[in-house]
Write a protein that binds this ligand. Structure first.
Ligand code: BT5
Length: 325
């Protein structure tokens, strides 16, 4: 589901005077549409789930807004970014937002296009692992970004996104930390996972990147499957109360845009943030149950440097990492 700019404007005008009755003329005239056309649009917006009240002979009113709804007119009427999220594709249910972005939108899509779903039936992690994606609780989104680095530096795409997620959660008062290569952790548990995928031409040039981000927002402990319950957390668990999902999404768009631009202009600043709020560096780690030692750094390509117990330094390209102390 996408949104017509006029629908977005209708919602914006009602939101600006939230709780007040706004007459049909006050909306229809500036939009250059008739009152009947306005009524038809309002009817469609209501059907899509936006709770606009019709007050006979007086006009329309929006007061009780669902804070978790991610419907396009609600999101777009409040979005403050210049590129990220401006092109917004929303689904109540989809297999995987990354699959849709890679296969169906692909190179036709503008930079910053976002695919969002309330529920994923085949949410994926790396190596086709499952990303648990129940409805109504969390954020699942994929952002399409222009290739600003070659595929060898794709880690920077994961890096700018993890800086954005980390800052988002830190703004909420959580001690969020970035775990190499693609997770954000709070209280030693996974709260967010990022899956960066590139569409590459035969020549090796990147056509576009898709950054898939899953953030656990309003899941309770018992909502998680038993096997990950003790290793995963959510914003609600950490804060002790539910948080409005749309507000979180809107701020995430701003922070993604901010960190993308930082990466373009001064990647060292992004590295500094990434290192400062890192969960991995300086810790004793085990990667893929094979490499054990101290994580001492990350190369510009995103490889983890591990100092083994015999003093040799091993470069780890990818893998599953456990922090052991
Ligand atoms: C990731 O993979 O952490 C990347 C997850 C990316 C998900 C987003 S959602 C939007 C977009 N569309 C998609 O289809 N995917 C992206 P990985 O590092 O492989 O971690 C996967 C592992 O995390 C699983 O094997 C579980 O152990 C654990 N896990 C699964 N669901 C989880 C959840 N909701 N919260 C915390 N941990 C989870």
């Amino acid at each position: 589901m996408q949104s017509d700019p006029k629908d977005v404007e209708i919602v914006r005008r009602l939101l600006a005077r939230r709780g007040e009755v706004v007459s049909g003329e006050e909306i229809a005239i500036p939009l250059g549409i008739s009152r009947v056309a306005l009524w038809k649009r309002i009817r469609t917006l209501k059907k899509s789930g936006i709770n606009i009240k019709v007050v006979p002979r007086r006009g329309y009113m929006l007061d009780n807004i669902e804070h978790d709804a991610l419907l396009p007119p609600l999101v777009l009427s409040e979005l403050k970014t210049s590129e990220f999220g401006r092109n917004y594709h929303y689904f109540d249910v989809i297999d995987s937002t990354n699959d849709y972005a890679l296969k169906l939108l692909g190179e036709k899509a503008l930079h910053g296009t976002v695919v969002v779903a309330d529920h994923q039936t085949k949410g994926r992690g790396r190596l086709s692992r499952v990303w648990y994606s129940p409805p109504g609780k969390n954020l699942y989104l994929s952002v399409i970004v222009r290739p600003f680095v070659p595929v060898s530096l794709a880690f920077r795409v994961t890096m700018f996104s993890s800086c954005a997620v980390c800052e988002l959660l830190r703004e909420l008062g959580m001690n969020a930390l970035i775990k190499w290569p693609n997770d954000v952790y709070v209280s030693g548990k996974k709260i967010s996972g990022i899956l960066t995928e590139a569409s590459v031409e035969a020549s090796g040039n990147v056509k576009f990147y898709v950054v898939g981000i899953g953030i656990n927002v309003n899941m309770a402990y018992s909502d998680f499957p038993i096997d990950i319950r003790d290793f995963a957390t959510s914003v609600m668990i950490e804060k002790g109360e539910p948080v409005p999902r749309r507000k979180l999404f809107l701020r995430l768009m701003e922070l993604l845009e901010k960190w993308y631009n930082i990466c373009l202009i001064n990647v060292e600043e992004a590295w500094m943030y990434w290192r400062r709020y890192n969960y991995t560096l300086g810790k004793r780690v085990v990667v893929d149950e094979k490499v054990t030692g101290e994580a001492i750094g990350v190369t510009p390509m995103g490889y983890l440097l591990v100092r083994l117990d015999d003093g040799k330094v091993e470069r780890v390209v990818a893998g599953d990492l456990q922090v052991v102390d």
